[in-house]
Design a binder for this molecule. Structure first.
Ligand code: IMP
Length: 181
């Protein structure tokens, strides 16, 4: 088992670089099929989704605009329950198809608030693509992640853009906090 240490904790690899590539390919195949006749605004959520979004959109075969939004609800390893900072970019989304790219949906608080905010601007559609979801941690059960790479356990993960206190984003695989025995 491939393990790494960070800040005195041990993390074990749960999704290899090759497996991530397969997940990204599978998601882009679905999205290319669904959006082939559309011109969506694709919005990637900073910070964590920047690497996933960079890999995913380079496989897109349909016309689209690409934007970033900055949302954050996490402090260390815990969700604070509210979005602390938003860089909304004054997006005009009225009558537009929107595809949100996120690294991980955990409690769902961040995207629940953000999709409500976008919905108030009357877009044509809003869909979510998230590399990972943690179904056991999800508080907003009605939040639909139409394009989900992989469901994982409710344990903290790092790597491939996901950080712990701004560290570990550079790791090419995804590592999960090892349960202490
Ligand atoms: P939610 O609002 O609880 O769904 O949290 C979403 C955000 O929290 C994600 O965009 C991540 O930035 C962060 N997050 C949630 N779980 C993890 C994790 O296991 N590792 C790193 N960041 C996480």
């Amino acid at each position: 088992m491939n393990e790494i240490a960070l800040n005195g904790k041990t993390f074990e690899e749960i999704i290899s670089k090759e497996q991530i590539e397969e997940l990204v390919q599978g998601l882009s195949d679905q999205i290319n099929a669904d959006y082939k006749d559309k011109k969506p605004i694709v919005i990637a959520v900073l910070d964590g989704a920047f690497i996933f979004a960079a890999d995913l959109i380079r496989k897109f075969e349909f016309d689209h605009q690409f934007r970033f939004v900055k949302l954050s609800s996490y402090e260390g390893m815990e969700s604070t329950g509210t979005i602390k900072y938003r860089l909304d970019l004054e997006l005009d989304v009225q009558n537009e198809d929107i595809l949100i790219i996120e690294d991980i949906v955990d409690t769902g608080i961040t995207l629940n608030q953000y999709t409500q905010h976008l919905a108030s601007k009357n877009p044509k559609s809003i869909q979510i693509c998230s590399l990972l979801t943690k179904p056991k941690a999800l508080k907003h059960k009605d939040l639909e992640v139409k394009y989900c790479g992989k469901e994982i356990d409710d344990l903290f993960v790092i790597g491939y853009g996901l950080d712990w206190d701004f560290k570990a984003r550079h790791l090419p695989a995804i590592y999960q906090l090892k349960k202490e025995l």
